[in-house]
Design a protein around this ligand. Structure first.
Ligand code: SAH
Length: 244
């Protein structure tokens, strides 16, 4: 039997947002690997071995999944949202970059609905014009890079999606990010705090950036900052397609 590694996205939480392609890969899997809460979202069944690991063990997790696939089994590596967005797909390619013997393995990446798109849909269409996504975690990149990108993103008038805005290990970062964006002139822009999107306890809150407080975000929140054209229409938030 030839092995395979499928790197899949489970979407933002609601099972109806998992693609049929991902569901099939999970049904065919012998082994599923991932961060504890994501592996818990995969239904148990006879013949499926679950390997849950801690958040910071991404490279080890990728290597374990690769080794199992190389042994002839069907391995699935799960991420929340999309596996290519600040998640496991890049970790797998980092793991095989200097290991040519892995390059012939049957590896596939199956997309999922990323938090940014689920959050945008929940409030309307804030990404209707040009946008960018920035990961606020400085675990894998210097804070200076984040600060620089935030400034330029405001200056370029992108709508901005912020992933990993604030964790217990990094309580200060989001407050610093807010200051940088205010200094860059984004005070009047709309910001939406989208927490637990697509889950039963989803919450959405929109205000001007100048009214935002650092405590409004946590690791379950996707922060969407509009461009200067982003506005409300009734209970929705949207960015028009046309720029004058
Ligand atoms: N690969 C994931 C992102 C991983 S980074 C994806 O494509 O969505 C983890 C961050 O994603 C969280 O800190 C949060 O900012 C965001 N996130 C993931 N699921 C979310 C949800 N259901 N609601 C709001 N934000 C979410």
């Amino acid at each position: 039997m030839s092995g395979r590694l499928s790197i899949v996205g489970l979407g933002p939480g609601n099972t109806e947002l998992i693609t049929p392609q991902v569901t099939r890969a999970l049904e065919e899997a012998n082994d599923v690997f991932g961060y504890v809460p994501y592996v818990a979202r995969v239904p148990d069944r006879v013949g499926l071995a679950k390997h849950a690991s801690d958040n910071r063990e991404e490279l080890d997790r990728a290597r374990s999944a690769l080794a199992v696939a190389a042994s002839g089994r069907k391995a699935v590596l799960v991420s929340g949202g999309d596996p290519g967005v600040f998640a496991m797909a890049a970790a797998v390619f980092e793991a095989i970059e200097d290991e040519p013997h892995w390059h012939e393995l049957d590896i596939e990446v199956l997309p999922g609905i990323t938090a940014m798109l689920a959050a945008a849909a929940a409030v309307g269409a804030p990404l209707g014009n040009d946008f960018c996504a920035i990961n606020l975690s400085d675990n894998l990149k210097p804070w200076d890079v984040i600060a620089h990108r935030l400034r330029l993103a405001v200056e370029a008038d992108f709508a901005i999606a912020l992933y990993n805005p604030r964790s217990k290990a990094r309580p200060e970062g989001f407050g610093k990010a807010l200051k940088i964006m205010l200094q860059a002139g984004a005070g009047e822009r709309l910001v939406t705090f989208a927490r637990n999107v697509s889950r039963p306890d989803q919450s959405l809150s929109t205000m001007q950036l100048s009214e935002a407080e650092p405590e409004m975000a946590d690791m379950k929140t996707l922060v969407l900052i509009g461009s200067s054209a982003t506005r409300r229409v009734g209970r929705f938030v949207y960015t028009p397609r046309r720029i004058e």
